[in-house]
Design a protein around this ligand. Structure first.
Ligand code: ADP
Ligand code: MG
Length: 272
């Protein structure tokens, strides 16, 4: 059965989408079966996976409104396939912005995604959900469906402040809607070790959250920032870039943690 992870942080521009698509590609590269779900109406994770959001016949919108199943709506990208790190994509586009309003009056509105994932869970090792930059009904659907939350964050002063809102939301979802939910870890992204403040915030994070802070650190790397304009994750666009290598390392760390979570030894995976 797949382990389902939400990549969430209510702040915009902190690296959620970059983390989602590169972790998906990294996991695929080390042999894992992955479904990537784009829950952001901006559709950046869709475009960044080589799928044109304007040409989607069915999207996560149709799935949330129960007019299509995931098996019908998911797509693959030829470009990811060529790059040797293919994963399935449940895409999003602007239609999804309307879903928020349309869902409000419906039953089980926060559990739509969880329900829709059930029939396909056995086909994957990992399901990764890219959340929009708000603690909205869409994000709530992600949190209700997930076993864990991956929180990408920049090591800046205000990053810590925003974290308490997210932690509180996760606690509430855990208490009221989804007993399985926990923070799997905080991922330090866009990291520059030459900046003293970043090093200090990183130390504070480790002091405060202990082993909830992932060992892998994602450096600030221009190839990761360039990749989306080519419609690919950095891991597929330029596997040799430092940022791409660190995402493959992160994929391996996730596989290892999954082994721990299942209470058994981690699957052997090629180390890069
Ligand atoms: P979010 O999804 O949280 O809004 P994004 O993943 O879209 O954030 O990242 C915001 C911007 O930062 C994008 O332009 C992205 O290309 C860039 N970016 C993300 N991670 C890195 C990194 N490690 N190095 C350099 N640029 C990055
Ligand atoms: Mg995003």
């Amino acid at each position: 059965m797949a382990k389902i992870f939400c990549v969430a942080n209510q702040k915009g521009g902190v690296g959620k989408t970059t983390t989602t698509v590169n972790l998906a590609a990294g996991l695929a590269r080390v042999g894992q079966r992955v479904l990537m779900v784009d829950l952001d109406p901006q559709g950046n994770a869709t475009m960044g996976s080589g799928v044109d959001k304007r040409k989607l016949e069915l999207s996560v919108y149709d799935v949330l409104l129960e007019s299509a199943s995931i098996a019908e709506a998911r797509v693959r990208s030829d470009r990811l396939q060529e790059a040797g790190c293919s994963y399935d994509i449940l895409g999003a586009n602007r239609d999804l912005a309307g879903a928020e309003v349309e869902l409000v009056d419906l039953e089980r509105r926060e559990a739509r995604l969880r329900q829709a994932l059930k029939p396909v869970e056995a086909e994957y090792d990992f399901i990764l959900i890219d959340c929009p930059p708000a603690l909205s009904l869409l994000t709530l659907n992600g949190l209700c469906a997930a076993h864990g939350v991956i929180v990408p964050m920049q090591c800046e002063y205000f990053a810590l402040e925003g974290l308490s809102d997210l932690v509180n939301t996760i606690k509430q979802v855990h208490a009221n809607l989804n007993k399985d939910l926990e923070i799997i870890g905080l991922l330090r992204v866009m990291f520059d070790p030459r900046i003293t403040l970043q090093q200090q915030v990183s130390d504070q994070l480790k002091a405060h959250f202990g082993d909830k802070v992932f060992n892998t650190v994602i450096p600030r790397n221009v190839r990761l920032a360039e990749a989306p304009s080519y419609g690919l994750p950095g891991v597929a666009f330029d596997p040799s870039a430092r940022g791409s290598q660190s995402f493959v390392e992160f994929a391996n760390e996730m596989v290892e943690r999954l082994g721990t979570m299942r209470g058994g030894p981690a699957k052997a995976t090629p180390k890069t």
